[in-house]
Design a protein around this ligand. Structure first.
Ligand code: MN
Length: 430
């Protein structure tokens, strides 16, 4: 496990609990109001550092050409780990308090630094494919208990393989770029009647993270577990919005379909695995021991990442904290997920997004979905300023945050913040 250089600091003023310390340096795609042109930046404190400008100024030179004056990060990520390392060390040096190049050049600072509040963030990568796993044992146990049978909550395959499904990349969006329109679909409120078509009445969030694939494989060639981590570029926060009543009716036998395809919301900044390295921690004990192709080579294959979710009702002054959990509760590692994904020969591409699955901890205060927090609508949650919830109402804003912290150093993800709008009132006969 690598240690943190606590002597490293930036000349940029920032709060001591800023998510975007000089130890983080997450990548995103932004435009400022002046020209609307998308390019790559790194978050530092409350600012964005314009990487395209650094390239133009000759202050950031990578192998193989220029990568940052582009509307996505795919080309940079695809250029390989040597460039990831070189970019990180160059940017970290430029932003450090000990380096005068940017620190003492007010003119350059004015051109290269933007307030995050003044820019628009865009989807950081083109996402060719999106897969969602189901890798929190506590979550899978809770859902199995609620939907099926408390005595057989986990199906027999769950402890043998990272269960997942192929989702829709087309409806992954960056937080802030759109609101969430309540989906309509087939619901079956009465078990003895036929289904009805109506707006979802059990709209839910899923508190997740997701990783971004940084290196492809070839079709037919699985990624072995010993190399899986070389294929992971970084992570984002992820609210995988879900329609529980649509899901309950449609999911047997092939898994979720419409219930999961309407809104998948990511945070704008990709936190690199290099930045998260100091926060590695052990995976939970895996029993039974996985088959050999799924056995991690190291035990510190998880990460200590604090996660929280809150609801801000329409018109309310303060949000209500609903849950606090941690990525370290995940049963299957990201490496195991990627190896299992490709073991059949499935090709993954640079920019592919792999959701963790809802992350629930062991206690009710650490559950990652309303389905669990309000236990299938049997335990309503009180909100500050009045009102209760069993699922998400129109007008509610769901806020997720996440960060790692150690030795007073924080590496954070920022937040996802999505507001729910009423279902469309469309013409059924059109
Ligand atoms: Mn999910």
């Amino acid at each position: 496990m690598s240690t943190i250089d606590t002597n490293l600091s930036s000349f940029i003023d920032m709060a001591s609990d800023s998510d975007f310390s000089i130890h983080n340096l997450p990548y995103g795609i932004f435009s400022d109001t002046a020209d609307g042109k998308r390019r790559a930046g790194v978050a530092i404190g409350e600012h964005v550092l314009d990487l395209a400008l650094l390239e133009t100024e000759g202050l950031l030179t990578l192998k193989g050409g220029r990568y940052f004056d582009q509307p996505t990060l795919n080309a940079f990520i695809d250029s390989g780990r040597d460039n990831w390392t070189l970019a990180r060390s160059t940017i970290q040096t430029l932003l450090s308090a000990d380096s005068d190049t940017l620190r003492d050049d007010q003119h350059l600072q004015k051109k290269a630094l933007f307030k995050q509040a003044d820019v628009t963030m865009h989807l950081p990568v083109h996402i060719p494919g999106y897969t969602d796993f189901y890798s929190s044992k506590e979550h899978a146990t809770n859902v199995g208990t609620i939907f099926r049978d408390p005595n057989n909550a986990l199906l027999p395959n769950w402890t043998e393989l990272p269960v997942g499904y192929n989702g829709r990349a087309s409806t992954v969006f960056v937080t802030g770029s759109t609101d969430i329109i309540r989906p309509s679909g087939q619901l079956k409120p009465n078990p003895d009647d036929r289904p009805i078509f109506a707006p979802c009445k059990r709209l839910d969030f899923e508190l997740e993270t997701a990783f971004i694939v940084g290196k492809p494989n070839k079709i037919g060639e699985p990624i072995p577990i010993g190399k899986a981590w070389d294929h992971i570029f970084g992570m984002v926060l992820f609210n995988d919005w879900s329609a529980r009543d649509i899901q309950k009716w449609e999911y047997v036998p092939l898994g979720p379909f419409n219930a999961k395809t309407f809104a998948s919301e990511i945070s704008p900044w990709i936190v690199t695995m290099d930045a998260l390295e100091p926060f590695k921690t052990e995976l939970p004990t895996q029993d039974p021991e996985p088959l050999p192709y799924l056995r991690e080579k190291k035990t510190d294959s998880s990460f200590d990442i604090y996660l929280s979710v809150s609801i801000l009702p329409e018109g309310a002054d303060t949000a209500t904290l609903l849950s606090e959990t941690n990525f370290k509760y995940m049963y299957w590692s990201m490496g195991q997920q990627l190896t299992h994904h490709t073991i059949s020969g499935c090709e993954v591409e640079v920019g592919d997004l792999m959701g963790s699955g809802t992350i629930s901890g062991p206690t009710p205060g650490s559950y990652g979905s309303m389905l669990e927090i309000a236990w299938n609508a049997t335990k309503p949650v009180e909100l500050k300023g009045g009102g209760t919830r069993t699922f998400i109402d129109d007008g509610d804003t769901v806020i997720m945050k996440g960060y790692s912290e150690k030795d007073g150093i924080r590496v954070g993800f920022g937040e996802v913040r999505g507001k729910v709008l009423p279902a469309l009132d469309f013409d059924f006969d059109a």
